[in-house]
Each structure stands twice: as structure tokens, then as C-alpha cells.
Design a protein around this ligand. Structure first.
Ligand code: NAI
Length: 305
């Protein structure tokens, strides 16, 4: 048998009690990784706790001959994030990769969003990704290796209605990932993002009030959670040692490399600008390159293959 991609590596996956995270944990273990399966076991809105969900994934990994350990802490807690990493070290003796996958939704139109809805989503996604990543950082630095992988979303990369909290958190995670990649490159530590498309309970909460929304959800059902796993396995492994600071998307059998922000057009005026000259000269020139107010389904406008 070929050497497995993650033989003897230790990977911490957050939010791995269900959905995409569960499939990542199973696939990582099948490639030889020892997996710390974290999941708070909350609802999509982040309410309640059910530690049995992480344990069920651990049981499935062990039944298939793999090694795993369950953790029921919240990523949105600095001390708990450190306990997760400590548990990986205590149980398996090392940590090689962190996959920040835990997530919740509190969708609301911006003009109605409460401070609590904003804060709770930022806490789990953006702060949670920082806490867990930061807890692993000293170990990655000391061993001069480590891989981070973070789940972002086209809601942040492109835009979506009613998700100001989630979109801001998910684009924040992209900037955090790039910062980690820059800051820790000298320790051979890598950081990348995947923007997944997969039918999970999270997608089940997308409203289906209109025929367009119904058609979108039917398309989403064809994108399965296990199809995200091969790229995650690859990015967590040594085979991806040259890959850092990138954003990928996965949708059924499609893999995309996502663009990053760069200037696309510039104007210069020797005597400087006034509001008047901006109105008459700069804006008509720049307008040709404006982006329309698109949402994710406007850009990913064709069915997955
Ligand atoms: P899911 O709801 O099935 O899984 C999320 C898991 O995170 C749940 O098991 C939940 O218990 C856990 N969790 C929530 N709060 C937690 C906390 N504070 N600490 C630890 N665990 C916590 O959702 P899904 O679809 O599997 O999402 C996984 C990731 O992928 C999320 O980050 C999500 O934002 C992202 N994503 C998913 C997309 C999709 O098409 N399913 C699209 C874009 C992004």
C-alpha cells in the first residue's frame, strides 16, 4: 500500500461532529491522521450543547481502525481553544494541522440585526478561528512546521443577502489566514482557506419561500459534504508544502482557485483632484470597472458538475 497522506500526523478539526467537519475528520483518519474531533454540538444558531456528536464521529473513526479523541469545548472561548490543543498534545503527543470549520448562522437583514446576532457569529467564526489558530501557533513555531486550513464562504468573498455578520466574519477569516501565512512562513507554517459548497443542515436553513430559492436549494443538495474532504486532506499534508496564502472553493467535483484583491484601474492627475474633477473625470473612467452588486449565486450561476 502507498504511504498514506497523513500517516502519524495529528489534526484538530473544529465543528467536526456533523456536516462538512465530520467528513473531513473521517477522511483525515482514513489517510492515517490521528484526529482530535471538536464539536460543541450546538444548533445551527449556536444554541445548546450535545457532546455525543463529537463522540459519535470518534466512534466511527475507531470502528474503521483509526485513532481519534473527542472534545466538546467551544471555539469561541480562548481558554477552551487552548484546552483543545493541549488535549491533542496529551493524547497524541503532537499537533500538525488545525482545521477551523466550526460555524453557526444568525441570518438577519443588516438593518434589523441585533448586536447579539452580530457578536455571536463573529465570536464563533472570526474569534474562534483566531483562538484555536493562536493556541496551536507556539507548537507549530517550535517544531518548524504546521498547516492551518480555514473554512470561508462565498457569502464573504462575493456577498449574500441577510448575512452581514457571517459575511464579515468569513472575509475576516480570509485576511487572518493571509496574515498567518505571511507571519509564520519563516517557520514553514502554512495557512489556506476553502470556501465549500455542500448540502448540510446549515444550508437547510436557507429560506425556500420563492421558486428561485427552492431551485437553488435543490442544486445545493447535489453538492455533498464528503466532496470537500480530498482538498482538505491534501492541504493538511506535506504534499502541499508549497501552498500557502491561497483561497480555494470546492463544489461537488469542481475545485476553484479564488482571486485576491488587487488594484484593477488607476488614474493620475498632476494638479491633484477636486470633488468636481473626480465627478467629471475619475468616476466615469473607473465606472467601467465597477463590480455589480452581485451575490454568490449570481457569480456561481451554473449548476455544479
Ligand atoms: P454544520 O452546522 O453542519 O456544522 C457546523 C458544526 O460546528 C456543527 O456540528 C456545530 O455543532 C459546530 N459548532 C458550532 N459552534 C461551535 C463552537 N462554538 N465550538 C465548536 N463547535 C461548534 O455546518 P457545515 O455546513 O458543515 O459548515 C462547516 C463550515 O463550512 C462552517 O464554517 C460554514 O460556515 C462553512 N461553510 C459551509 C457551506 C456549505 O455549503 N455547507 C458554505 C460556506 C461555508
Amino acid at each position: 500500500m502507498n504511504e498514506r497522506f497523513l500517516q502519524d500526523k495529528v489534526v484538530l478539526v473544529t465543528g467536526a461532529g456533523g456536516g462538512i467537519g465530520r467528513e473531513l475528520a473521517l477522511a483525515l483518519a482514513a489517510e492515517g491522521a490521528r484526529v482530535l474531533v471538536n464539536d460543541l454540538g450546538s444548533s445551527v444558531a449556536g444554541e445548546g450543547q450535545d457532546r455525543s456528536r463529537a463522540q459519535a464521529v470518534v466512534d466511527a473513526i475507531r470502528a474503521a481502525g483509526g485513532e481519534a479523541s473527542a472534545n466538546g469545548d467551544s471555539v469561541a472561548d480562548w481558554a477552551a481553544a487552548h484546552r483543545m490543543v493541549e488535549q491533542a498534545l496529551d493524547t497524541f503527543g503532537r499537533i500538525d494541522a488545525v482545521i477551523n470549520n466550526a460555524g453557526i448562522l444568525r441570518d438577519r437583514f443588516f438593518h434589523n440585526m441585533s448586536a447579539d446576532e452580530w457578536r455571536t457569529v463573529i465570536d464563533v467564526h472570526l474569534n474562534g478561528t483566531f483562538y484555536v489558530s493562536r493556541a496551536a501557533a507556539p507548537h507549530f513555531k517550535a517544531q518548524q512546521s504546521g498547516a492551518y486550513l480555514h473554512m470561508t464562504s462565498t457569502s464573504g468573498l462575493i456577498g449574500n443577502l441577510g448575512q452581514a455578520n457571517y459575511s464579515a466574519a468569513k472575509l475576516g477569516i480570509v485576511a487572518l489566514s493571509k496574515s498567518i501565512a505571511l507571519d509564520m512562513a519563516k517557520f514553514s507554517v502554512r495557512s489556506n482557506c476553502i470556501s465549500p459548497f455542500a448540502y448540510s443542515r446549515m444550508i437547510g436553513s436557507i429560506p425556500t419561500d420563492t421558486p428561485e430559492q427552492q431551485a437553488r436549494v435543490e442544486r445545493l443538495q447535489r453538492m455533498q459534504t464528503h466532496q470537500i474532504a480530498p482538498l482538505a486532506v491534501y492541504l493538511a499534508s506535506e504534499a502541499a508544502r508549497e501552498v500557502s496564502g491561497q483561497i480555494f472553493a470546492v463544489r461537488a467535483n469542481e475545485i476553484f482557485l479564488i482571486s485576491q484583491n488587487r488594484p484593477i484601474r488607476s488614474l493620475h492627475r498632476g494638479e491633484g483632484w477636486t470633488a468636481q474633477s473626480i465627478a467629471e473625470h475619475a468616476m466615469p473612467a473607473l465606472r467601467a470597472s465597477f463590480y455589480p452588486l452581485e451575490r454568490s449565486p449570481d457569480v456561481f450561476s451554473w449548476d455544479p458538475v
